[in-house]
Design a protein around this ligand. Structure first.
Ligand SMILES: NC(=O)C1=CN([C@@H]2O[C@H](COP(=O)(O)OP(=O)(O)OC[C@H]3O[C@@H](n4cnc5c(N)ncnc54)[C@H](O)[C@@H]3O)[C@@H](O)[C@H]2O)C=CC1
Ligand SMILES: NCC(=O)COP(=O)(O)O
Length: 331
């Protein structure tokens, strides 16, 4: 089975359209999936011309097939490009593409979606109340629980970092790290590792919330009163979780290579070490959705937009992973 993947263009003022064009010309990806761009076709056509990465064919829908050697695009309406600017119209264009691709996955027109980066500030200016794709797609698909996972294959093994809280200000994190939340995330992560990533018996390490995982209660109580009981409860349900572990030594000692996934308590606790180890080859995926969704490990890169120098390797990895997940899901 060769899945059809919808590639959303992201914010038209960033590097999204450029990395989609570059991935579409990656000869290694063509056998894995049929790639269909979704977003403002005028933006994609202009960038394809400027960067010499065409030709582009406008499609009426996913059933319409682009001629060999061209990238098909499903148009979601014209947009302007203002390189590097955070605009409401850029945010609107980005989210309209995500909505179209998501609906195509739900209806079965597409087998998965790979999202180029959008600006959280721009979608907020456009009136979207969700901070990112993860929360928007959870709402649009009606998924009860989702987990953000950043994944990469490194020489020492697969590094997968999942997040208990995602796009939350640090002032709110401690209150959001509850036994219930950790339990729900562990269940969703365990199921997603088995069903979507083909890990038969997932081993999950859970990081502590406080420095040194609270050090016996000297540095806060949450690791003893919240995280440890949540890990115990998950183990009683058959989830092979361990911890809480002090986050700094856990990454410093390379302990991640002895488990299938690491559950961090908050965004930067997990993603700072992930990006230090894997940036450029990492993939952001959402487990718990009824659809397949992956994304690169970076953002809109407004500072280099329009210069033709964006590195598309993480986006290409996201396409590869989505193709594998779609094949596994449809098997
Ligand atoms: N999946 C998504 O939609 C994501 C969106 N974002 C959003 O992107 C915006 C910018 O985020 P930042 O934290 O500044 O991170 P960023 O990843 O956009 O940029 C950080 C630095 O890395 C460089 N960079 C990033 N990707 C690159 C690539 N493919 N090739 C070459 N250089 C690259 C940029 O030029 C910049 O200097 C924010 O609005 C953020 O919310 C961030 C991460 C993921
Ligand atoms: N740090 C990851 C990130 O911001 C991506 O968010 P999302 O758009 O995938 O929800």
């Amino acid at each position: 089975m060769r899945p059809t993947l919808a590639l959303t263009l992201g914010d038209p003022n960033g590097i999204g359209p450029e990395i989609v064009l570059k991935a579409a010309r990656d000869a290694g990806l063509a056998p894995l999936a049929r790639l269909v761009a979704v977003g403002p076709a005028n933006v994609l056509e202009a960038q394809a011309d400027a960067l010499g990465l065409g030709p582009i064919t406008r499609l009426d829908g996913f059933a319409d097939v682009a001629p060999e050697g061209t990238l098909g695009v499903i148009d979601t309406g014209d947009a302007e490009t203002e390189w590097g600017r955070t605009t409401a119209s850029g945010g609107r264009a980005a989210i309209d593409a995500v909505a179209r691709a998501c609906d195509a996955c739900l209806s079965g027109e597409a087998d998965g979606m790979v999202t180029a980066p959008l600006s959280k500030e721009a979608i907020s200016l456009a009136g979207v109340s969700f901070p990112g794709h993860t929360e928007y797609l959870q709402d649009r698909t009606g998924a009860p629980d989702v987990v953000m996972v950043l994944a990469s294959n490194l020489a020492r093994g697969a590094l997968r970092v999942a997040l208990t809280t995602v796009h939350e200000p640090i002032a709110r994190v401690a209150a959001l790290v509850t036994q219930e939340r950790i339990g729900t995330v562990l269940n969703t992560l365990d199921a997603g590792l088995r069903q979507r990533l083909g890990v038969p018996e997932p081993r999950i390490a859970v990081l502590g919330l406080n420095p040194h995982a609270s050090d016996g209660g000297v540095i806060g109580a949450e690791d003893l009163t919240v995280v440890a009981p949540a890990v115990e409860a998950a183990r009683a349900r058959g989830v092979n979780a361990s911890g809480p572990f002090p986050a700094d030594a856990f990454f410093g000692r390379g302990s991640w290579s002895r488990v299938d996934a690491v559950l961090a308590m908050y965004h930067d606790q997990g993603l700072a070490p992930f990006k230090a180890l894997a940036m450029g080859g990492g993939v952001n995926l959402t487990l718990g959705l009824p659809i397949v969704r992956t994304s690169p490990d970076h953002g809109t890169a407004f500072d280099i937009a329009g210069r033709g120098i964006a590195d598309a390797s993480s986006f290409a990895e996201a396409v590869r992973m989505a193709a594998e997940m779609a094949v596994m899901r449809n098997a």
